[in-house]
Write a protein that binds this ligand. Structure first.
Ligand SMILES: NC(=O)c1ccc[n+]([C@@H]2O[C@H](COP(=O)([O-])OP(=O)(O)OC[C@H]3O[C@@H](n4cnc5c(N)ncnc54)[C@H](O)[C@@H]3O)[C@@H](O)[C@H]2O)c1
Ligand SMILES: N[C@@H](CCO)C(=O)O
Ligand code: NA
Length: 433
């Protein structure tokens, strides 16, 4: 029986779960691949740390790049994270040496994926990254292989487990943002630097990869409009609930006449939509193709779910299944034409702290009318208690009919200049039937 010798860099939440899964499922994996898949060498920051796994007989490398170059491994698994070195240098070194690579590192691939895929193509080494997008959901393979015959119009979804976990607990249990984030970190969902999660960049990294796979374009993370969930308050989630919506951090890539619109931002979705019911660390990815529309739902983060995707990729490597990293040879990937966010059309939830004086409502309504924005509803709520807001200022919530991002931005700038609002307005885009 031939062995697939695995070199694994990164022994944190995901790395440890991969070692455990390979041990636990050893017999099944051997039966499925005809090979024994075995971790023979590892690298991490701290050699002496007790991780609850048995690494006796496994070679230790202080330097992950040296591990990637170790001639006695067949495949390099990168689970360290970070979009620079050593992750980048190690992945490049393994590929350049003709060794397949499995990684969960969406930050690295969103910024250097095409370059790394090219290194792999030059030396006939495959690059696998199922774990990098939506954790345990097999969306990379679905787009690259199963849906390869479709012309895809849109790919969208909840792509960050940490944010969905936070939003779910805030909405359902009225727990403050910081406490929810601390729990997500304790459960191993969050990135080493959780600002990547809550400021939307992790979702953007994943969306950039999905866009490339769906539309056959070069990965273009810089084209993505990104807003995170940091500014969302319990009051916004309560207001959304009263209006019949849930708030989700969505990543959306859609073909438009001008190019591909790629955006990440909190979105109000009708409560009856299936995606509104996706809660906690669960992710969901919807794909609209010309022949097939589907939604995949499953665990988006955490050791076991992510290890499932890494091990699935290792099984592909053991079987010799390859293919192009982004579904096409790098030379065939097209530059993505960017559709500007200012042209985005949709409904908007706008919450402002309005100065409590005669004429305020009239001024806001006039500015909306000047931009041709129709209002579906205006709700005036009890005085705000937020820091920096006078007790007699009133929270005004405006729901617009479909309009453009451009028009909303101009109105917000105008009413700020008019001096009728105080503090930072909250703007949440709405998707509905
Ligand atoms: N945790 C999740 O749910 C999850 C899900 C999908 C993808 N990912 C991705 O998987 C990767 C690992 O995530 P994690 O949650 O296991 O992280 P972690 O912080 O728990 O573990 C990282 C490991 O890498 C090692 N490491 C970090 N920098 C290193 C360096 N410079 N040199 C040597 N070793 C280094 C650390 O010692 C640690 O063992 C990241 O790319 C992350 O984005 C994580
Ligand atoms: N931090 C990421 C891990 C999975 O990619 C998340 O919460 O979704
Ligand atoms: Na996945």
């Amino acid at each position: 029986m031939s062995q697939l010798k695995v070199g694994l860099a990164g022994l944190g939440t995901v790395g440890v779960a991969v070692v455990q899964m390979l041990e636990r499922q050893a017999a099944e994996i051997e039966a499925r691949t005809g090979r024994s898949v075995k971790v023979v060498a590892v690298s991490a920051r701290s050699k002496g740390k007790d991780r609850g796994i048995d690494l006796s007989g496994v070679r230790w490398h202080d330097d992950p790049v040296a591990l990637a170059r170790d001639p006695d491994i067949d495949v390099f698994v990168e689970l360290m994270g970070g979009d620079g070195d050593p992750a980048k240098a190690a992945v490049a070194a393994a590929l350049a040496a003709g060794r397949p690579v499995v990684t969960a590192n969406k930050a690295l691939l969103a910024h250097h994926g095409v370059e790394l895929a090219q290194v792999g193509e030059a030396s006939n080494a495959t690059l696998h990254f199922e774990a990098a997008v939506a954790g345990g959901i097999p969306i990379v393979k679905t787009l690259r292989e199963a849906l390869g015959g479709n012309r895809i119009e849109r790919v969208s979804g909840i792509l960050n487990g940490t944010c969905n976990y936070i939003l779910t607990r805030m909405a359902d249990e009225k727990i403050a943002f910081d406490a929810c984030l601390a729990d997500a970190q304790r459960l191993g969902y969050a990135e080493a630097d959780p600002t990547f999660d809550i400021d939307g960049f992790d979702t953007a990294h994943k969306l950039a990869l999905l866009t490339s796979l769906a539309f056959g374009t070069k990965v273009d993370a810089d084209a993505i409009y990104v807003e995170g969930i940091r500014s969302l308050t319990l009051a916004d989630l309560e207001a959304a609930d009263e209006l019949g919506f849930k708030v989700k951090l969505l990543g959306v890539a859609v073909r438009t006449e001008e190019g591909i619109e790629q955006r990440v931002h909190p979105t109000m979705v009708p409560k009856h939509w299936p995606i509104a019911q996706v809660s906690g660390v669960t992710n969901a990815v919807a794909v609209n193709g010309d022949a097939v529309n589907l939604t995949l739902v499953g665990p988006g983060a955490g050791g076991a779910a992510t290890a499932s995707a890494v091990v699935g990729d290792l099984i592909d490597v053991a079987r010799g299944n390859g293919g192009f990293a982004f579904g096409l040879p790098v030379a065939a990937l097209q530059p993505a034409q960017r559709a500007p966010m200012q042209r985005h059309e949709g409904g908007y939830y706008i919450r402002v702290a309005a100065v409590n004086k005669p004429g305020t409502a009239a001024t806001i309504a006039r500015r909306m009318a000047e931009e041709g924005i129709s209002l579906e509803s205006i709700v005036q709520r009890r005085p705000q208690r937020a820091a920096g807001v006078e007790p007699n200022d009133v929270a005004v919530i405006l729901i617009t009919y479909a309009t453009t991002e451009d028009a909303v931005r101009r109105v917000m700038a105008a009413i700020e200049a008019d001096g009728v609002i105080v503090g930072q307005p909250q703007v949440i885009r709405i998707e509905k039937d």
